[in-house]
Ligand binder design. Structure first.
Ligand code: NI
Length: 226
């Protein structure tokens, strides 16, 4: 699980939320597959609305340019983000995300390796509505400030607990990673973060940094599936 702080600024979130107040919303069950539909109760922005498509493309561009997100996910394909809304008593019970997704308006399919939730409501604006992710160390609850995002394995069981007060807005998307193996992807992420940290220090010997860079890129060559 990786948290990306301030993927969107406070001003960008405010702008997005104003936009979300002006567009049509549909029953979220329409996009849930199989058993997931039975436990899903929320609303989703109408992805066929041309204004929504423009916003979605702006978000996609941002995701692909964000250094921490790219380092952690090594995205090859990103499913266009969906905006969702949970009001009081709405919830999305434990489920796993579909493994194979058909990209909208396309015959292409992608594998979901990573799911990402971008929080668009502040934690004090709603009660409940926590993203809970089952991990090997137990269930982790995630509720982040507006504009922050969390990346987690699409294979993990996860849920959004019922909203008890207020309204929870979020954007979610899925990514196919160049590196399918989560453990290898995690190690590459740690290595890259370490290289970034060492690069920022004044006394790191240049030749050692070059060697680490070369190791990183050689590992990418070894493990990336294009
Ligand atoms: Ni899900």
């Amino acid at each position: 699980m990786v948290v990306i702080e301030q993927l969107f600024s406070v001003a960008e979130v405010a702008d997005l939320r104003q936009f979300l107040g002006e567009i049509p919303w549909l029953d979220g069950r329409g996009t849930a597959m199989g058993m997931a539909a039975d436990v899903k109760s929320n609303a989703q922005a109408d992805a066929s609305d041309p204004r929504v498509k423009v916003r979605v493309n702006q978000l996609l561009q941002r995701f692909g340019e964000h250094p921490l997100l790219v380092s952690a996910a090594l995205p090859q394909r990103i499913f266009p983000p969906c905006f969702n809304r949970y009001r009081v008593e709405e919830t999305y019970g434990f489920h796993v995300d579909g493994a194979i997704m058909r990209l909208p308006d396309s015959s292409e399919v992608m594998r979901s390796d990573l799911s990402m939730t971008v929080f668009l409501s502040e934690p004090d604006e709603y009660e409940g509505g926590e993203l809970q992710i089952a991990t090997e160390f137990g269930t982790q609850s995630v509720k982040l400030p507006a504009g922050h995002a969390v990346l987690y394995p699409s294979s993990s069981l996860h849920q959004v607990t019922p909203v008890l007060r207020g309204e929870r807005l979020a954007a979610i998307c899925w990514m196919q990673s160049l590196v399918a193996d989560g453990a290898i992807r995690r190690s590459l992420f740690e290595l890259d973060q370490s290289i970034q940290a060492l690069s920022a220090l004044p006394d790191t010997p240049r030749d050692e940094l070059d060697r680490l860079h070369s190791v990183y890129h050689n590992l990418i060559r070894q493990f990336a599936q294009l």
